[in-house]
Design a protein around this ligand. Structure first.
Ligand code: 13P
Length: 251
């Protein structure tokens, strides 16, 4: 019932020509993939060129962040209407790297989510605990805090246009993937939180991606978990072949 969704977060990587080459190769590898939503998230500077390559393909474009104001004196920021203008359908919001290094909070995440939704951009809302949270038994508290803060005041329809990405911080870029059981445990907690805040019907239709050292070798068993609806992929999305393999493991 939930279409799997695989997104490549390229983070701070690739010049425009590298981004175009990666997109062109990927496009060729996934042309026949149906029944799965495919997304790439290049840097802001490469969005326009990648958008051109993606025209008419089955791959959607995402940005890695957005500001909540539409325009004005906010030096260095990029707004939701600008992302729509360049061809984005999705935007990643509240990634742990933004929370860790750039002062992102639940409040700013929530403002950005609302701004994205009001311009018909689908937010991929990231949540996840740090290693010390997990070791101190605080995983549930942190996830609940990120979920309730990030999705505050969204309508049923707005939540259904959103995607949640569970990314345990200790698994990002470390090669230490969460086990399928660990991922499922938190994904089912997230679905329960959504059920409590919305309804069983809404929660059961909301997609929850897993992210953190997803590779072709572990993607299938992660996505076989009942509440894991796809993957948010960092490192392995920088190679067209490995990302395409991950996409295919969702079919
Ligand atoms: P890695 O796949 O490199 O661990 O990164 C995950 C991630 O942060 C995706 O947003």
């Amino acid at each position: 019932m939930r279409t799997p969704i695989i997104a490549g977060n390229w983070k701070l990587n690739n010049t425009i020509s590298e981004a175009v080459a990666l997109t062109t190769e990927l496009k060729g590898l996934v042309t026949d993939c149906t029944g799965v939503e495919i997304i790439v998230a290049p840097t802001f500077t490469a969005l326009h060129a990648v958008s051109g390559v993606l025209k008419g393909s089955n791959i959607h474009l995402a940005a890695q962040d957005v500001y909540w104001e539409d325009s004005g004196a906010f030096t260095g920021e990029v707004s939701a209407p600008m992302l729509k203008d360049v061809g984005c359908d999705y935007v990643i919001i509240g990634h742990s790297e933004r929370r860790q290094y750039f002062g992102e909070t639940n409040e700013s995440v929530n403002q950005k989510v609302k701004a994205a939704l009001s311009h018909d951009l689908k937010p991929i809302i990231c949540v996840g605990e740090q290693l010390e949270d997990r070791e101190a038994g605080r995983t549930e508290t942190v996830i609940e805090d990120h979920i309730t803060g990030g999705i505050a005041d969204l309508s049923d329809a707005q939540l259904l246009s959103s995607v949640v990405a569970y990314e345990p911080v200790w698994a990002i870029g470390t090669g230490k993937t969460a086990t399928p059981a660990q991922a499922q445990e938190v994904h089912s907690l997230i679905r329960k939180l959504l059920t409590d805040a919305y309804s069983d019907e809404v929660a059961s239709q909301t997609r929850i991606q897993y992210g953190g050292s997803v590779k072709p070798e572990n993607a299938a068993e992660l996505m076989a978990q009942p509440d894991v609806d796809g993957a948010l992929v960092g490192g392995a999305s920088l190679q067209a072949e490995s990302f395409a393999e991950i996409v295919k493991s969702a079919l």
